[in-house]
Design a protein around this ligand. Structure first.
Ligand code: 15L
Length: 276
């Protein structure tokens, strides 16, 4: 028999995107009440899946989407660097609309997909926790820092349990040497979603979205304290990552910083002044 946990309405924004596509099948098994949302329906929507379209820049559409929701996994938005207007609409206004509609609807939990690009200008040689000052590497990274701040506000002021996941790079394999440090498998990411959706003590947390990576730069002890036990290791795929890296030329700026190419794009500073 389905219990309350499995039937509660959990809204998943950005469901048609890359991360949504990789994690949906795993989540569907755990949470049959999952409602997928995006601007357009995923091409591979399954008969058992529920889909509601919504444009996150439209407060009325977001309010209708979240009516009656228990929790939200908010992945929707622009997932790489973009023009200011793209970032403003999709990631600043869209994110605000989601938190505000969540408050109005009495949503209990929000999981916000932040990104490693909120802290991308930390040098690779530095190990950081989740309590460091943000150092965004792009307008995109700034929008993720904004979402983390918005999450803190809605947690402190309105009592929503908010989990911000500074996601590294999600996929079946680490794509290059940088990703050996920041990679996360889809099933490890789903484990972090589960903590955000179910952990009884959660109020406001930032976790790194990374698997058990020996070359990692991040202290993820907060996630471990909440029970995170990643099952996958980037090192198991080192040969693949190094072979892919050999096809990519050096990036004199990006190679120094955690955010990689997001740091070197549009870069006009002196590298020494920027940090490493
Ligand atoms: C991100 O935040 C992006 O959404 C993703 O497309 C990758 O660029 C990833 O970061 C990364 O840093 O590899």
């Amino acid at each position: 028999m389905a219990d309350a946990k499995s039937t509660r309405r959990i809204v998943f924004t950005g469901a048609a995107g890359g991360i949504g596509t990789m994690t949906r099948p795993l989540l569907a098994r755990l949470y049959p009440g999952l409602v997928l949302s995006d601007r357009v329906e995923p091409a591979d929507l399954q008969p058992h899946e529920t889909f509601v379209s919504a444009d996150l820049t439209r407060p009325d559409e977001v309010a209708a989407l979240l009516a009656g929701a228990d929790s939200v996994i908010h992945l929707g938005g622009h997932s790489v660097e973009g023009t200011w207007d793209q970032i403003l609409q999709a990631n600043i206004i869209g994110c605000y609309n989601v938190f505000e509609a969540a408050r109005e609807a009495g949503v209990k939990r929000v999981i916000f997909a932040s990104s490693n690009h909120a802290i991308g200008f930390y040098p690779r040689r530095k190990r950081i926790g989740t309590d460091v000052t943000v150092r965004p590497d792009s307008r995109y990274g700034v929008s993720k820092a904004f979402g983390e701040a918005l999450g803190a506000l809605y947690s402190d002021k309105h009592g929503i349990a908010v989990t911000c996941l500074r996601i590294g790079n999600v996929g079946p394999l680490p794509l290059d040497v940088r990703r050996l440090s920041i990679w996360i498998s889809p099933r490890d990411l789903v484990q972090l979603f589960q903590i955000g959706l179910d952990h009884p003590d959660l109020r406001y947390e930032i976790f790194y979205g990374a698997s058990d990576n020996a070359a990692g730069w991040w202290d993820n002890s907060r996630a471990h304290r909440f029970g995170y036990r990643p099952r996958d290791k980037a090192e198991d795929h080192r040969a693949h990552a190094e072979a892919e890296q050999a096809k990519i030329g050096p990036d004199p700026v990006g190679d120094l910083f955690q955010g990689g190419g997001f740091c070197s794009a549009e870069f006009t500073n002196d590298v020494k002044r920027a940090g490493p």
